[in-house]
Design a protein around this ligand. Structure first.
Ligand code: ZN
Length: 296
């Protein structure tokens, strides 16, 4: 894979950048499988730089965006849809909070919709939903599982046409090579006063600092990490004011967690009992932010 050295921060364009953590990824060995949402190769990471201007931590040299786009287009992730129940619980919490800011009946766009678990719940909650998903296999899953017809491609390719009252960007921002470009694409799709929901790992969290290079959010698919300031700065630069900020807690089945920690235990014997057992993992190491688009 081609890598490009950056001489400035991809978010705020400051040249005050410094080495943050040396990488462990072998760029030539990277494949589509490394970009699975359920990838278990924790600890694999790019070389990261930190920006003194805004706090963003970003892969530098940065992997080729076109190669990454091809990986996502070819991505299949059966395990993701199998974890639907736990993810559904997380998503219902988000919908409950969103419902206080954007009423049901409004138009909602989910960017990086994967197999449609969130959109299906949003539709059930009364939103008029559309979704964007670059992976054909995941978009197929969304259609097969929930009858959802997602736009297949990137946010930049999405034709738009409608103004949305809500746009959701759930665990997407850390995957893109140019977060500025993504926000610049999404901001015009939102009606003034509309709400953007972002969830993303928090590099400033206690877990990230304690675990260092072993933090579980380090994986090949993750290219940017935000702390509170970096996220605030990016959203502000694109016309958003944060109205609600939460530390995020993920729900997983015990099977998912156990096999993440000990992949050797993967298999049918433990699958049945452990998949029934849901745990709430309170690591508080992700952001869940609701930001309102400023009126002009
Ligand atoms: Zn910066």
């Amino acid at each position: 894979m081609k890598l490009t050295a950056l001489d400035r921060c991809p978010s705020c364009r400051s040249e005050r950048i410094r080495l943050f953590k040396k990488g462990t990824v072998e760029p030539q060995a990277v494949s589509a499988g490394d970009f699975k949402i359920t990838d278990s190769h924790y600890g694999s990471r790019w070389t990261f730089f930190a920006c003194r201007g805004c706090g963003l931590v970003f892969a530098n040299p940065v992997p080729d965006p076109e190669a990454i786009a091809r990986f996502y287009a070819a991505l299949e992730d059966e395990e993701y849809s199998q974890e639907g129940e736990g993810r559904g619980r997380n998503f219902n919490v988000i919908l409950k909070r969103l419902g206080r800011l954007v009423p049901a009946g409004s138009a909602l766009l989910d960017v990086g919709a994967a197999s449609g678990i969130f959109l299906n719940l949003a539709r059930a909650a009364g939103y008029r939903v559309q979704g964007i998903e670059p992976s054909s296999a995941l978009a197929d899953d969304a259609e097969r599982l929930f009858g959802l017809k997602l736009f297949r491609g990137s946010a930049e390719q999405f034709p738009g046409g409608e103004e949305f009252q809500a746009v959701t960007l759930l665990d997407v921002l850390e995957h893109v090579t140019d977060p500025n470009a993504l926000l610049a694409t999404l901001s015009p799709l939102l009606a003034p006063g509309g709400v953007l929901v972002v969830s993303t790992p928090d590099i400033g969290s206690l877990a990230a600092r304690l675990m260092g290079g072993r933090w579980w959010h380090y994986r090949v698919a993750h290219i940017n990490f935000f702390d509170r300031r970096a996220l605030e700065r990016l959203l502000d630069a694109h016309g958003f004011d944060i109205v609600l900020r939460r530390r995020f807690a993920w729900n997983f089945s015990a099977y998912y967690l156990v096999t993440r920690l000990l992949p050797i235990l993967k298999g049918p014997a433990l699958q049945r009992p452990l998949k029934k057992l849901h745990l709430k993992l309170q690591l508080f190491d992700s952001w869940e932010v609701y930001a309102r688009k400023r009126e002009k």
